[in-house]
Design a protein around this ligand. Structure first.
Ligand code: HEM
Length: 552
């Protein structure tokens, strides 16, 4: 169970994020059916038949995903509550969040069943799915901060509801829109769908902004809370990504108006919609991460001051020399414990056990060790970005081998990321894997190796399929998204934030790099040439951020 506590922070944010994604797609697909597919099908049932079938399928899958996500999210939270309070499952079953999760799952089932039994256009289907969708949204609010506020709870509930509904109308409707772009029979139908979806998306954006305008004064309240708390920093990150999405949406808004005249516009919009879906996914994960933290207005004592921030961010030469392994806190502690053990054979003092839930000790050498790791990793990433730019320039054919630099990164991570475990430390290979953090690092090493070899094969034309080319961008974007979702330990709030200040821009750059490369490998290579310059530049910036990373 202690291991469950260890990974609970991360798992709960990921599950809450997936719950929000499933909820948004379910509500967005229902809205697409109610406001776009059904009204248009009244006048052109035959042309809309394929689109209506796709929308229906989308609702069924989204309903299934919503049931699974809501159940998993609720079950994990309930498991941790029973373990931490040492109470029975029966008592936890009456908790508000468990009831809300259960009702939400049942409402999603009702939507899935309603669209499966009767046509979308039937009045009974429309009434049932509208009522059940409203229930899904209302129960979704149960785990927001608004419910727990002692003052202005009603206003905040309204703002959160508007914010979540806006996300659903715009981003949640994108899968149906994407399918419609594939399946609509005529340009005229595409045109009508595009225009209606644009209108729905604009309403969605307005609702998101309405919610945000209430959140800023009531959950943040002052400028120093923006840069001084993790909550504020996440809001800035969300706003930057919101800006990216608005730009993409605006490009689509203009392209949709050219559907009838320009056939290529449909393909371009589809590509941009894919990117919108990806960035939207990351944004919803970031939203889950925000709600896992206390609102900035509540964190008054432990804020980072501007002076502290400026000091930490001040440029300094990278640390390219490592401290001695024996000087790190855990080896030093272990050596002391071994001495002690030798002197008092009867007393067994346990050393730090990975996975035991206790925070490992850290000394100044550990910080230097970590900075050294980040700086060398940064150097490698800068080199990768520069080599990819050189390849893009088409003047340096040798540069196509740049993915092999990932192998160096993997080897470096393997040896240095966890100095207290094998091969550098005392803890053995199998024992060390009990620690979720070590297991995660080891998994990353395996993934990076697979990734390096795979992308190298793509670059050297050993693999030519479009699908394979999309693995690198997808994993890069996913890596950036996961960086946004890491949990926020409340132990040392200031230190966490100062570390996060470099990790958040890296996450946004990773997401941008991944989706820019996705556009580049798409079919319209010429029109989207800028994307081929953008993603390696993001790599260079990520490397530079890593090079400037400091823990002191
Ligand atoms: C496309 C853009 C956006 C989407 C899809 C989005 C989505 C969401 C969602 C679904 C939640 C609810 C999370 C939950 O209940 O667990 C949320 C919360 C939040 N969002 Fe956004 N958001 C967007 C843009 C913004 C912007 C621009 C801001 C800037 C102020 C913002 C500020 C917040 C805050 C402060 C919360 C947390 C509210 C709380 O503590 O309960 N969002 N967002």
């Amino acid at each position: 169970m202690s291991t469950l506590f260890d990974i609970f922070g991360f798992l709960s944010v990921v599950l809450r994020g997936l719950d929000l994604v499933a909820q948004s797609i379910l509500l967005g697909s229902v809205s697409f059916a109610l406001f776009i597919a059904t009204p248009l099908a009244r006048d052109a049932a035959r042309e809309l038949r394929a689109v209506t079938a796709s929308v229906r399928l989308c609702i069924q899958w989204a309903a299934l995903a919503a049931v699974i996500a809501a159940t998993a999210d609720t079950a994990v939270s309930a498991a941790v509550l029973t373990a931490s309070l040492e109470t029975s499952w029966r008592e936890v079953a009456g908790a508000g969040f468990v009831i809300a999760g259960g009702v939400k799952a049942l409402a999603a089932v009702a939507i899935g069943v309603a669209v499966s039994l009767r046509p979308l256009a039937a009045a009974s289907t429309r009434v049932t799915v509208s009522a059940a969708a409203a229930l899904v949204l209302y129960q979704g609010l149960a785990s927001s901060h608004a419910t727990a506020r002692l003052t202005d709870s009603a206003l905040l509930m309204f703002a959160t509801g508007a914010h979540e509904l806006g996300a659903a109308l715009w981003l949640g409707g994108l899968p149906c829109f994407w399918l419609a772009l594939r399946r609509a029979d005529t340009r005229e139908t595409l045109n009508q769908i595009g225009r209606r979806f644009s209108a729905l998306a604009i309403i969605g954006v307005a609702m998101i902004v309405v919610g945000a305008l209430v959140f800023v004064p009531m959950y943040i309240g002052s400028l120093d809370a923006v840069y001084g708390t993790a909550y504020g920093a996440m809001v800035v990150t969300k706003s930057v990504m919101f800006g990216m999405l608005v730009l993409l949406g605006f490009a689509n808004f203009r392209a949709v108006r050219r559907f009838t005249a320009d056939g290529a516009a449909v393909e371009r919009v589809r590509r941009f919609v894919e990117v919108e879906m990806g960035v939207g996914f990351a944004l919803l994960m970031a939203a889950a991460s925000i709600t896992s933290m206390p609102p900035a207005v509540d964190l008054v004592d432990d804020r980072v001051s501007f002076a502290e921030l400026a000091e930490r961010m001040a440029p300094a030469p990278p640390r390219l020399q490592s401290p001695d392994h024996a000087l790190l806190a855990i080896p030093a502690l272990q050596a002391r414990l071994d001495d002690e053990h030798a002197r008092q054979a009867s007393i067994r003092t346990p050393a730090f056990l990975p996975g035991s839930g206790a925070l490992p000790p850290r000394n100044a050498y550990d910080l230097a060790w970590s900075e050294y790791n980040h700086h060398w990793a940064g150097l490698l990433v800068v080199l990768m970005g520069l080599a990819a730019l050189a390849q893009r320039s088409e003047h340096a054919p040798w540069a196509k081998h740049w993915p092999l630099l990932f192998l160096l990164l993997a080897a470096f991570l393997f040896f240095r990321a966890d100095p207290e475990v094998w091969p550098m430390g005392e803890s053995g290979l199998i024992e060390s894997l009990k620690d979720p953090e070590v297991a995660q690092h080891r998994l990353f090493v395996v993934l990076i190796i697979a990734f390096a070899l795979f992308e190298w094969r793509v670059r050297t034309a050993r693999v030519a399929s479009h699908r394979s080319m999309r693995i690198f961008p997808l994993l890069t974007a996913l890596g950036g998204t996961l960086l946004l979702t890491h949990s926020h330990a409340l132990g040392n709030v200031k230190e966490e934030l100062l570390v996060e200040m470099t990790h958040l821009p890296i996450a946004v750059l990773g997401i941008t790099a991944g989706w820019a490369r996705w556009l580049e490998v798409g079919v319209q290579k010429k029109a989207l040439r800028w994307a081929g310059w953008l993603w390696p530049s993001c790599f260079v910036l990520i490397g530079l951020l890593l090079l400037s990373y400091r823990e002191t």
